[in-house]
Design a protein around this ligand. Structure first.
Ligand SMILES: [Zn+2]
Length: 424
């Protein structure tokens, strides 16, 4: 039984000596080994004689291929497994007084390894045959590959697994029609590039890749980006998303919950609108959505603060001269209650109210006054110079313009009148 992971062995004496650990693990291979009399000539950890029949833990690293042995029988003080599903665990030994911190392991292998370690602690036989002490080969460390780039179908691994230690994986031009489930088990992935394939749908489990920062799906057949993904751990991790050259018509309103996004590419899709609340993407610096079918930009667009903006070749409409008035007097019960829920930020969800009402609330319009409106509003269109939200602006058309139409909503006549000066 072998475990490939990163290991850091921390002495519990360090804090007493006023020293701190480096906080960084090194690539290692962990094995169980049987103590033999021959091995007694090697330096042993701890001063007590080692039981001939007990299993030891051997930690081998690139620098120390022969490895360092730690006795296990009745020597484990505690095993910390809170983050075992993330491939992390800490084993606290009695003698020597060290904490062995394991990270970046395959979580199921880690669980198996920890169970075997507990058995060894109790002095039980570990079912797998114990290895005699043989130095770990360099090839064992090659499995700690962190980067793999595949750019043709013939190189795609069909019979063997991807190294679980991968942090950067690119599989382009492989003719993939769906995301390979084996890729979704690579919990250390930070960068995943699936560009130039034929993927139609994304599994929600991409959201379980808790470290994923960059996701490229450029040139696929995607028609949507699911709500589940917008509400996954990607909210914390995702920085860069490339969805260009797909067939996406609209992004869900929850898309704006991906607050960590700094780079977003949506070029060459079929987008008919941006999510209303796009102004919530406060970290966004790079936004491109050229060659889509956007008739207007939402008024929330004004809240963005970008480095680079490209909305070239969209089907922008000329602003209407007259506003569209959809005001209800008096407000319907639905409108009044929807406004009350949203203005008071009362939590709602499909477990409390019907799903269609949730959708209505999700797509409610925001007035310039900050209040919300559902079906009773005044709609007005104006133009905005895109330089007011971005340093670098790609021209919106071949005529050299940098102005784009903006659609605004007003909850009442008073709000419209008050801001009509601004509209001019
Ligand atoms: Zn208002």
């Amino acid at each position: 039984m072998k475990l490939h992971c990163e290991v850091e062995v921390i002495s519990r004496h360090l804090p007493a000596l006023g020293m701190r650990n480096r906080g960084k693990g090194v690539r290692a291979v962990l094995t169980f080994c049987q103590q033999t009399s021959r091995s007694r000539s090697r330096p042993q950890v701890g001063s007590e004689p080692i039981d001939l029949h007990s299993a030891c833990l051997l930690i081998s690293t690139m620098k120390d291929k022969r490895g360092t042995r730690y006795e296990l029988k009745e020597n484990i003080e505690q095993v910390f497994t809170k983050f075992v599903d993330e491939g992390k665990a800490t084993v606290r030994l009695k003698e020597p007084p060290v904490d062995i911190c394991l990270s970046k392991a395959n979580s199921s292998s880690l669980k198996g390894f920890l169970s075997a370690m507990r058995l060894a602690h109790r002095g039980c036989d570990i079912e797998t045959p114990l290895l005699t002490l043989t130095p770990v080969k360099t090839s064992d460390f090659e499995k700690f590959k962190t980067k793999m780039i595949i750019t043709s179908k013939k190189d795609y691994p069909l019979n063997k697994n991807f190294p679980y230690s991968l942090e950067h994986l690119q599989t382009s031009y492989c003719g993939l029609v769906r995301v390979d489930m084996r890729v979704l088990c690579l919990k250390n992935l930070r960068k995943l590039d699936l560009s130039h394939n034929h993927i139609k749908k994304l599994p929600a489990t991409i959201g379980d890749l808790i470290y994923l920062q960059e996701l490229s799906l450029n040139d696929n057949h995607l028609e949507s980006f699911s709500v589940a993904l917008c509400q996954s751990t990607l909210q914390q991790s995702l920085r860069s998303l490339d969805l260009s050259k797909n067939k996406i018509k609209a992004l869900p309103i929850q898309f704006c919950q991906l607050r960590g996004l700094t780079d977003l590419k949506l070029d060459d899709n079929e987008l008919i609108r941006f999510p209303f609340k796009i102004g919530q993407l406060k970290n966004l610096h790079f936004l491109s959505a050229s060659r889509n079918k956007l008739p207007f930009l939402p008024s929330e667009f004004k809240k963005l603060s970008l480095e680079y903006l490209d909305v070239f070749a969209n089907t922008f409409e000329q602003p209407e001269v007259l506003p569209i008035i959809m005001l209800q007097t008096p407000l319907t019960l639905l409108e009044s209650s929807a406004r009350a829920v949203l203005d008071n930020r009362i939590p709602y969800g499909p477990h409390i109210i019907p799903f269609h009402l949730c959708q209505d609330l999700d797509t409610a319009k925001t007035c310039v006054c900050g209040r919300f409106c559902l079906n009773s509003y005044i709609q007005a269109t104006t133009t905005m110079n895109l330089h007011s939200v971005a340093h670098t602006v790609v021209l919106v058309d071949n005529m050299g313009g940098t102005e784009a139409p903006i659609i605004s909503y007003f909850c009442s006549l008073a709000c419209y009148v008050n801001s009509s000066d601004m509209l001019k």
